[in-house]
Design a protein around this ligand. Sequence first.
Ligand SMILES: [Zn+2]
Length: 150
Amino acid sequence: MIISSHVGAGAFVGMAARKPGPALALGFLSHLVMDAMPHWGTGPGTEPEWLPIARRDGVAGLAEMALLTAVAPADRRVGVFAGMVGACLPDTDKVGRYFVGSSPWPARFDRFHEAIQNEARHRLPREVATAAALTVAGALTLRLLAARSH
Ligand SMILES: [Zn+2]
């Protein structure tokens, strides 16, 4: 699943959990739940195919994190950020393999993470739409929460 979708879901987890510790843990869990749902992917050993998309997705995901952190009300900001970070953590296996040649996770966890994927090549447009919708809904919800706390 693209990281932008995980970031959007992680923001909602962080809004609900509020405290950074639980937000981080539940964000991590949300990643695994979302990876088990139907999403875009090209399967193992297809790096040349997904890497250009992953690069754009990484930049979009960082921008999304910055936006959602910025619009979060002060009393929820750390929780929202922790939820988003937790939701991204499982995919540091890809970042680790790309930059330093190995995943930071135990091999057993990486095998589990790979085994739960429900991927298909034709789902990219739907997934981009999901990520965009989660970003907009997350930003609006955070603005509403901020307005209510004044
Ligand atoms: Zn994943």
